[in-house]
Design a protein around this ligand. Structure first.
Ligand code: PLP
Length: 291
């Protein structure tokens, strides 16, 4: 049902392994310190979507972490092997292809790298239709910190997602589904696993906005692909700083990510968010067309 392939110089197409069996030494720094990087991609209709953009971002995250990783060809070969095994053992309508590279036991050891393919969580697919209730939560740092402190690896997709997951659990305990982080100086950042998009309609003009990258958020590959498609479709584009009131005044707010695509926001801190049905239809079509 799910598949695992390790990148291994002795196996040019990657080494298939049993995803249900123990595989990692407990001494890896990746295991002990969360010291590593990853990507999550959508596999559907026989294609891994936006693989170039994900491999490029993996390389940037690894570089920021001083973690040498295998070249693109090795990753692509391992992905091909993993999705072929996934399809041969049952497949799924939508699946998550995850790439992981983590630091070994010693700094000079090669990174330990693998690819998994697992069925996409149903809840994310359902929330594309139902929308989500979202809480604003304070990320605890100001929107200029990323520029001052590159060692914090902000904007890199590192394995250290414990805080992001804790924020989601907090939201769920408080009756919401999702979170949008804000900075200590009140700027809208991102969701724990998604980028924020908002739309404004002004007569004939349709405008799409997203928080600016200088705030230290992850550069979203879905946001970028939607922006490219929207521009070709005649939308105006813009980059924050965005404030919570911009979201309340928008004609639609969405969380976007590779696996979940476009999820409409229904409420923010229990206050309803306007959702222009026509803009939602148009953006959904753009998100579905991303390859
Ligand atoms: N922001 C964060 C913190 C994320 O973890 C993710 C994806 O997991 C995103 C944004 C969206 O990125 P992408 O569209 O490339 O999946």
């Amino acid at each position: 049902m799910s598949s695992l392939v390790f990148l291994d110089p002795a196996y040019p197409a990657g080494r298939l392994a049993d995803i249900n069996a123990p595989q990692l030494p407990v001494t890896l720094q990746g295991v002990n310190r969360g010291d590593g990087v990853f990507e999550s991609m959508l596999y559907t209709q026989q294609a891994v979507r936006k693989i170039e953009a994900h491999l490029a971002r993996l390389a940037v995250s690894a570089e920021a972490s001083d973690l040498p990783i295998p070249d693109e060809r090795s990753w692509r070969a391992a992905v091909d092997t993993a999705v072929a095994d996934f399809d041969a053992t049952g497949g799924a309508e939508e699946a998550v292809v995850k790439l992981v590279a983590m630091r070994g036991e010693l700094d000079q050891d090669p990174a330990v790298c693998w690819v998994t393919v697992t069925p996409a969580p149903r809840v994310g697919m359902e929330q594309r239709e139902t929308g989500v209730d979202v809480l604003f939560l304070d990320r605890g740092y100001d929107s200029k910190l990323a520029e001052r402190a590159p060692w914090l690896l902000m904007g890199a997709k590192t394995l250290s997602y414990a805080v992001n997951m804790a924020a989601l659990r907090y939201a769920r305990k408080h009756g919401a589904h999702e979170v949008i982080f804000t900075s200590a100086d009140g700027v809208v950042l991102e969701a724990p696993t998604a980028t924020v998009l908002l739309a404004q309609r002004d007569g004939e003009t349709r405008r799409l906005l997203t928080p600016m990258l200088e705030t230290g958020i992850l550069p979203g590959t879905t946001q970028s692909a939607i922006f490219d498609a929207a521009q070709q479709d005649g939308w105006e584009l813009g980059y924050g700083p965005l404030r919570p009131e911009d979201l309340y005044q928008a004609d639609g707010v969405w969380l976007v990510s590779s696996v979940r695509l476009l999820t409409p926001v229904r409420t923010l801190d229990a206050k309803p968010i306007r959702m222009d049905a026509e803009l939602h239809e148009q953006l959904s079509a753009l998100a579905d067309s991303i390859r």
